[in-house]
Design a protein around this ligand. Sequence first.
Ligand code: HEM
Length: 442
Amino acid sequence: MAVELELEDIQGTVLRSRPMPYFGTYYVFTIDDAGSAITLIKRLLPHITPAAHWDAPPENAWINATFSWEGLRKLGLPREILNGFPREFIQGMAARKEFLGDVGVNDPSHWDMPHGGNGLDIGLLIMAGSPELRDVKAAIGREAVAGLGGLRTINRLDVGLPPTGREHFGFVDGISRPYIEGQGGNPLPGQPVAKAGEFVLGYENELGVIASGPGPEEFWRNSTYISLRKIHQDVAAFRRFLRDNAETPDGRELVAAQMMGRWRSGCPMALSPEKDDPEIAKDPMRNNDFTFRAEDPDGDRTAPGCHIRRVNPRDALDGTVVDMRLHRLLRRGSAYGPVLPEGVTEDDGVDRGLVLAIINANPGRQFEFVQSQWINDGDFISQGERSDPIAGRRDRSDEFAVPRPRHRYKGLAAFSQTRGGEHLFLPGLGGLRWMVENLGPH
Ligand code: HEM
């Protein structure tokens, strides 16, 4: 039977792709008094943008509201409901640092974005197609907290597509994403079809059961989780690595492409292993249309350890105990901070990077599995403790291997460093109304 998503009730960011270019802001609020927080939700409710018309929205901007477990506790959600959430959400990301590889430079003691354990109770996500629209939405957020003594704005992070149109390491981003059953339209060539319950509670998931949440269905229906990570990118170190491992500009592009599995244009190595092909990169009918196991089992074109073959092995793990369908991620990431000027290879001390926002209905078997097993470990591809060359931890291995031409890169630096992270609950609009009616001081 065809799946019908209740688009008017699902918050917009779950299905909407970012505008291009995009301008956004993340606000972090701390709750000192539940009454103030309920008033905030009440004031925000008419402005929360649903997923309806997600493919052609009437207004190219949205406001969405999220809550940490700590925030829900302070709002007065009953204990039995709080205890029914997934363990990862209850504990919070900082507490899961060993499992997630957030040690050394990634340790929560270096984080500058608050998390559930130190003040992130409510997070407001604002995304817009122009700076003017972003400011209009941000003003709504600010007015909603005005005069509320029991609520503090403790952090604000602006995000936006760099003028280069690429993320800070120079890659075109936002190409591959799953097609969600019921979203409308047709999947693109190579786009995997995922059950809606992998991304929204209240629908059947890949295990054949209805993904659900704790407490009454009015509270959790059409909700989901965002696993948020603030990732600092050491662009100077990345450029030095390319420079030190290749003699020519073309050689540097090849090293970057081997690490990512795509040329910086977005063209997949799988389809053009020798040289970049910007035409393929731009063509949505081709730029995701490839497999690994069937066409490139040994990784001669796309190295088994590169970023995209790790985070989405496609068919590479068919026939093993791993079921790829259970580990799909929907990315809603965005860049922050100014671009490091072209050619600069010394760090300027400025913070720049990526706010990774992963939508998943089950943060344990989706985001956390991918981060811990596929990004930070190499066992699943017989690579020992080697990690993702772009996004992985570096305290256990600084190597990356390419089968053809056979080469082992050494001395990879911590190009990506965690500076914040939390699993956040993103209720449906009905769930927000339920919270207003049932929580807070009575
Ligand atoms: C600084 C860190 C990171 C950078 C610069 C980065 C950049 C990219 C780029 C350029 C692509 C290829 C283009 C595309 O398909 O959209 C990509 C794909 C992807 N990334 Fe990342 N990424 C980072 C960290 C992460 C992390 C931590 C995760 C998950 C925990 C992740 C998950 C994914 C997924 C699922 C894909 C799609 C792969 C596919 O379906 O082929 N990324 N990333």
